[in-house]
Design a protein around this ligand. Structure first.
Ligand code: NAD
Length: 499
């Protein structure tokens, strides 16, 4: 079947139709590159990573422009949350790569002695990365650089919903990277479906749980391992024992300062006590006015909603009677420019739409409870989130939160900052994802940690071979349980029997 959708196939050059046969030959080419061993050397991996850093520097204006076209993303946010994070990710990989590539010594159990053992990291082979539109540079290239660092060949399928960035990525790969082993396929569902039919050694997917299930089903056919970076409703618990001004700034920064709420780890809803809620709402209003002025629809510091589908979806959440009657701030929209102002809703019922799907936009419901500990039940009654946030000065609440809340990550007294830390794994749990990456976790996500046991020809223990006997079993039992006295006694018995 020839898919009549123009797609750029990075590495081949130019616009062309991408079809199933194209997929088969692309996988064949990648497989050959991988088998040739080229991608396995430290030099190849390091060179590709350096070239990514190079284009991040040289093509910064083009990157800022592409993200502005796709999302009206403020250059400030593109630089801080995409370019600079990706650059530090490459630098972190480069700094540690030689060490991680070395086999790691492992201890050898008594029963296998004399021997030595090590864990040898080996690349998995050929990798498919499917990424999402909201952080189209970071979410596309961060897994790709992890796959490269681990010595794999890789195909990136960026999102069709951010076409300017996707096509820039295709041309950057073409211009800077080794296109016999690193390719970009642009396209939508048809192209992704064709790619998913192929046999990969790993599929790394970022996006919704709905498509995550499609990816996992396709992967199961070939027993291909997956990492699924999904989403969910990230809660923020605000205790009254907090620094109110800093708290609202950090929540507002993580919500509206993260692509206007279109981020997987952006706060989705806030839970606070009934008595504290009015103060919190007033503080949010002051913070928002200081961030975006009195007419946020005109602010250049807020991304627009990515497309009409998502704009309509968000308005459906907002305009449902159960929600619209609860707006305490914002609610303005401009359909022509796909803009929605930062909006706060107070005490929205639990059965409202806005409380039952991931918002992924500028609406922030505040749920109230009698006492702050009740917030744990609210969170635990929902699927496990990708991140959960807590603001408190109370160490008892902090300890309870960390112990009782299951989430991809927890941040105390801030939001979203864990992503900027390559020493922490990034990923979900339960409905928010499978597997993790970032820093060393990226290297491991795309490697097989292969155990190797080396033995010589001395120290032959004939008791392990048939014909089995109770004497042999006694000896092995003592050996396995570390019973030295029993071992000596059975050795004496064994020897006297065999002499
Ligand atoms: P999206 O629509 O861009 O889809 C993601 C990818 O899936 C795209 O490349 C798209 O082409 C592909 N796709 C879409 N439909 C498909 C189908 N039927 N078959 C095969 N492939 C298909 O992104 P999205 O799903 O709207 O992303 C938003 C979701 O992603 C949110 O739930 C968000 O929380 C989550 N997300 C998670 C992370 C993370 O790191 N965990 C990051 C960003 C977004």
């Amino acid at each position: 079947m020839a898919l009549k959708v123009g797609a750029v196939l990075g590495g081949v050059g130019g616009r062309r139709v991408f079809d199933r046969e194209g997929c088969v030959s692309l996988v064949r080419e990648l497989r050959q590159s991988f088998i040739s061993g080229r991608t396995k050397s430290y030099e190849w991996r390091a060179h590709q990573l350096k070239m990514v850093i190079k284009f991040l520097q040289e093509k910064e204006p083009a990157i800022l422009e592409a993200l502005h076209q796709d999302l009206c993303k403020p250059s400030f946010e593109t630089y801080i949350a995409e370019i600079s994070l990706l650059k530090s990710s490459c630098e972190f990989l480069l700094k540690h790569l030689k060490k991680w590539m070395k086999p790691e010594k492992a201890s050898v159990s008594f029963v296998a002695q004399p021997a030595r053992a090590e864990i040898v990291p080996e690349p998995l082979g050929i990798i498919l990365v499917i990424s999402a539109w909201n952080y189209p540079l970071l979410l596309s290239l961060n897994p790709v650089v992890g796959a490269i660092a681990a010595g794999n060949a890789v195909v990136l399928k960026p999102s069709e919903i951010s076409p300017a960035t996707s096509s820039l990525l295709a041309s950057l790969v073409l211009e800077y990277l080794d296109t016999s082993a690193i390719k970009v396929v642009e396209g939508a569902v048809d192209e992704t479906t064709a790619l998913l039919e192929q046999k990969w050694d790993k599929i790394f997917y970022t996006g919704s749980g709905k498509v995550g299930r499609i990816v996992m089903t396709a992967a199961a056919k070939h027993l291909t391992p997956v990492t699924l970076e999904l989403g969910g409703k990230c809660p923020v618990v605000v205790d009254s024992n907090t620094d109110l001004k800093i708290t609202t700034k950090r929540i507002a920064g993580g919500k509206w300062g993260s692509n206007n709420g279109q981020a997987c780890i952006a706060p989705d809803y806030v839970i606070t006590t009934r008595s504290f809620a009015p103060k919190l709402v007033e503080s949010f209003k002051r913070t928002l006015a200081s961030f975006y002025g009195n007419d946020p629809l005109e602010s250049n510091d807020l991304s627009r909603i990515v497309g009409l589908n998502h704009f309509t979806r968000l308005l459906k959440l907002l305009d449902e009677e159960k929600a619209s009657s609860k707006i305490v701030h914002g609610g303005e929209r401009d359909e022509k420019r796909l803009r929605i102002a930062p909006t706060i809703l107070l005490d929205v019922p639990a059965d409202s739409l806005v409380m039952n799907e991931e918002i992924f936009g500028p609406l922030l419901p505040i749920v109230t409870v009698e006492k702050i500990e009740d917030s744990f039940d609210v969170i635990n009654s929902q699927p496990k989130p990708l991140a959960a946030y807590l603001f408190t000065k109370d160490k008892r609440i902090e300890k309870m939160f960390v112990e009782q809340i299951s989430a991809g990550a927890i941040v105390v007294n801030d939001t979203v900052l864990h992503l900027a830390n390559p020493s922490l794994p990034f990923g979900g749990v339960g409905d928010s994802g499978i597997g993790a990456y970032n820093g060393k976790y990226s290297f491991e996500a795309f490697s097989h940690m292969k155990p190797v046991l080396y033995r010589g020809f001395v120290g032959e223990l004939s008791a392990r071979y048939p014909p089995y006997s109770s004497q042999k079993l006694k000896l092995l039992r003592s050996l396995l349980t570390g019973d030295i006295v029993g071992l000596i006694l059975s050795l004496i018995g064994w020897h006297s029997k065999t002499e």
